[in-house]
Design a protein around this ligand. Structure first.
Ligand code: KG4
Ligand code: ZN
Length: 370
């Protein structure tokens, strides 16, 4: 049960537009029923960017501006509510592609001004990190591994506004590395699912890929070297055989995936050890982000949790990837803490969750997505 007894029910609209998904959602929390997602609608932009091999910020911003009001209308209609039935409007205020974030913040400000509802700015990463409370009612403090195409970090979540970053990638995010691997092997994008499929028939030991940074203490990680190792191994196959055979592709994918899984598992074990020093009553490791869909990685994390007596929480994939329900939920949590914003709320391209730490590459947002 949540520590804040009043008000007994809260219903928030959430708005998300920090990368290439325009999303709006209505989430209600009540003392009687807990959290309920009344609607969570998403318009993706994959086709708009397909020809460019990545998200084009200007195209993304324009598409958000065109779709935001439609998504808000659809989310309210699906929830069967009008603005008058809401208690607030939560919006991603960063980090992300600034044009998209700005579109969302302006839309939310207009709605808040017109309706007189409170406006709540949410850090997109906080949205991901608080999702295990929306889906599984996880109690503070818990450990979360955010692992997607744009970020990779361990966060100790102490409260809805208190996050301690235990470590993260110093270069590429794992999803980005999966996508680059797919590109190098001429497999379809997004790379995660196609590399995972191809790896199923492969021998993970054939190429002996490195496990970067396992020889260094702490929870920081690096994935960019793996890409270079993969490139060399691929070129070695091509030089020796005059081309890449299906078996080579499978072995390369399996070797790469095993290396990522080993690094994430070992660093998770270290993060768990730091977390357990706080003697949490109900220890939990939760995952968020698209890479959490990978069965090999998921199984390794599950094993590590079982060995350390932790509950492993993996929210449904639709709530692991970018969505507005997580933003509405973070807005509810902030409302409980009495945190709200006014018309001076700004859109921020970078916004590390743990402001006690010096900014470093990968600390907030690295790739196109966060
Ligand atoms: O969380 P997400 O949808 O978007 C953000 O990055 O915010 O994550 C997308 C990333 C992509 O890089 C994709 O290749 C990766 O997650 N991904 C996977 C799998 N499914 C998606 N990586 C590994 N294995 C998968 N099965
Ligand atoms: Zn995200």
């Amino acid at each position: 049960m949540h520590p804040q007894p009043a008000p007994f029910a809260l219903t928030l609209l959430g708005i998300e537009s920090s990368c290439d998904d325009t999303s709006a959602a209505v989430v209600r929390w009540s003392e009687a029923s807990g959290a309920t997602i009344l609607s969570n609608v998403i318009a993706g932009q994959t086709e708009l960017h397909a020809a460019f091999g990545g998200v084009v910020p200007e195209i993304a911003a324009r598409a958000h501006a065109e779709k935001l009001d439609l998504m808000v209308e659809a989310a309210l209609a699906e929830a069967g509510l009008g603005l008058g039935a809401l208690d607030g409007i939560a919006v991603t205020a960063g980090p992300g592609l600034i044009g998209g974030v700005l579109s969302g913040v302006m839309c939310a400000k207009g709605l808040a001004m017109g309706s007189g509802l409170p406006l709540i700015g949410v850090n997109h990463l906080a949205g991901h990190a608080l999702t295990p409370r929306l889906t599984d009612g996880v109690a503070f403090p818990y450990l979360v591994l955010l692992v997607s195409g744009g970020h990779c970090q361990f966060l100790l979540v102490e409260a809805a506004d208190r996050f301690h970053r235990l470590g993260g990638t110093i270069d590429d995010a794992p999803g980005e590395a999966f996508d680059k691997t797919a590109k190098l092997l001429a497999l379809p994008q997004p790379g995660g699912p196609s590399v995972e499929r191809t790896a199923a028939a492969g021998d993970p030991a054939r190429f002996g890929f490195p496990r970067p940074m396992l020889d260094r203490p702490g929870c920081d990680m690096s994935f960019s070297g793996l890409k270079t190792a993969l490139l060399r191994a691929r070129d070695g196959c091509i030089a020796a055989e005059g081309g890449l055979r299906a078996g080579d592709r499978a072995d390369l994918c399996a070797g790469f995936q095993a290396a990522v899984a080993d690094v994430l598992a070992e660093k998770s074990a270290r993060a768990i050890a730091l977390y357990l020093e706080r003697a949490p009553e109900q220890p939990v490791l939760a995952v968020a982000g698209g890479v959490a869909a990978n069965a090999t990685i998921r199984a390794r994390l599950q094993q590590i949790c079982a060995a350390s007596g932790l509950r492993f929480v993996a929210p449904p994939l639709a709530l692991c990837t970018d969505n507005a329900a997580m933003i509405a939920w973070a807005g509810i949590e902030r409302t409980w803490l009495g945190l709200r914003d006014g018309m001076s709320l700004i859109a921020r391209p970078r916004w590390p969750l743990d402001t006690s730490q010096a900014a470093m590459l990968g600390s907030g947002k690295k790739g196109a997505k966060a």
